[in-house]
Structure formats: structure tokens, C-alpha cells
Design a protein around this ligand. Structure first.
Ligand code: HEC
Length: 158
């Protein structure tokens, strides 16, 4: 199901899957409901207030933006201690309600929006976080990267 993003990942592109420049355009679809406002209060993308500020969302605990009233479903996911990684946000954007279901919450998402391939926009969002590359390297919750290790060709050099 996520074969395309896995392929892009294996493409020799050291920095993960998405293209932040394309993602900046894709964010036009998100800004109806989301702003990007830096910690110092600088507005990077002016947007709607239906959803939480997405500045620094990569690396931020799920459902933790102080000034936003989240739905019960995503709050339950946040209560598991989950932190947003690029992979998780990509999965979330495809189907927020299903995401809540899969990750320990229940109930409908308040985000009534779906984007089939959010990898570019997530790469864009990651540019507003301290260590996007380090975040991409985290493996929690992703069982997809396994196939990339051909068992036979393991380098003997270590
Ligand atoms: C129709 C309005 C709307 C649109 C469009 C929308 N969102 Fe959301 N988004 C929300 C709402 C509302 C929430 C809070 C969800 C909840 O409380 O269940 C949310 C939550 C989120 C969260 C979780 C944030 C957190 O603090 O845990 C992320 C990540 C997110 N949206 C990303 C996106 C991206 C990326 C796009 C564009 C591809 C997008 N959203 C488009 C309304 C929207």
C-alpha cells in the first residue's frame, strides 16, 4: 500500500522521501485550517484556526499544542506518548480517523481532510523542526523499512 513512498525512499536520495519545495505548494491545501507560526510569534504561513499551529510539529508530541482543543480520539493517541515523525504524519494525513483507530485512540478525527500522498508536505513541515533528519531516522512504529536490507549482501566490514 505504501510501496511508492518506500521506493522513493530507496531511491538513493539520502534525505527521506518528500520534496519540501513541492510540499510548500501542497501546504496550500492545509492552510485553510492550519497556520505555521514560529515560537517567537513570527507568522510563516498565515492560515485558518480550525486546526493547530503546525510549526515544529515534527518531533512534537501528538495533540500537544497548548492553545488548541483537540478531539478525544487524537488526545487518546497523544496519551500513549507518541511523538510525530514524518512517517506518522504522512500516515495521519491519508486518513486521520483511521490513524486514531490504528494507534490506540477511538472516535472520529476533527480533521476532516485527507491527502493521498503527504510526503512532500511533511518534508516541508519538517523544515520547521530542529532536527528533521534525525527525526527521519527514527524507526519506531514503522515496519516498512525492513525489506531494504538484503540478507545475503550484508557487508562483512564491521
Ligand atoms: C478542514 C480543516 C483541515 C485541513 C484542510 C487540514 N487539517 Fe490538519 N487538523 C485539522 C484539525 C481540526 C486537527 C485536530 C484534529 C483533532 O483534534 O482530532 C488537525 C490536526 C492535524 C495534525 C496533528 C497536530 C497535532 O498537534 O497533533 C497534523 C499533523 C495535521 N493536522 C496535518 C495536516 C496537514 C499536513 C494538512 C494538509 C495536507 C492538514 N492537516 C489539513 C484540520 C485540518
Amino acid at each position: 500500500m505504501l510501496a511508492t513512498s518506500a521506493a522513493a525512499f530507496a531511491d538513493g536520495h539520502g534525505h527521506g522521501h518528500g520534496d519540501p519545495d513541492k510540499g510548500a505548494k501542497d501546504f496550500n491545501k492545509c492552510k485553510a485550517c492550519h497556520t505555521i507560526v514560529s515560537d517567537s510569534g513570527e507568522t510563516i504561513v498565515k492560515g485558518g484556526k480550525t486546526g493547530p499551529n503546525l510549526f515544529g510539529v515534527v518531533g512534537r508530541p501528538v495533540a500537544s499544542y497548548p492553545d488548541f482543543k483537540y478531539g478525544d480520539g487524537i488526545l487518546a493517541v497523544g496519551a500513549t506518548g507518541m511523538v510525530w515523525t514524518p512517517e506518522l504524519i504522512t500516515e495521519y494525513a491519508v486518513d486521520p480517523t483511521k490513524f486514531i483507530d490504528t494507534h490506540g485512540g477511538s472516535g472520529r478525527s476533527k480533521m476532516t481532510f485527507k491527502l493521498k500522498d503527504a510526503s512532500d508536505v511533511v518534508a516541508y513541515l519538517a523544515t520547521f523542526s530542529d532536527a528533521p533528519e534525525a527525526m527521519e531516522a527514527t524507526e519506531e512504529e514503522s515496519g516498512e523499512a525492513m525489506e531494504e536490507m538484503p540478507a545475503e549482501e550484508a557487508p562483512a566490514s564491521e
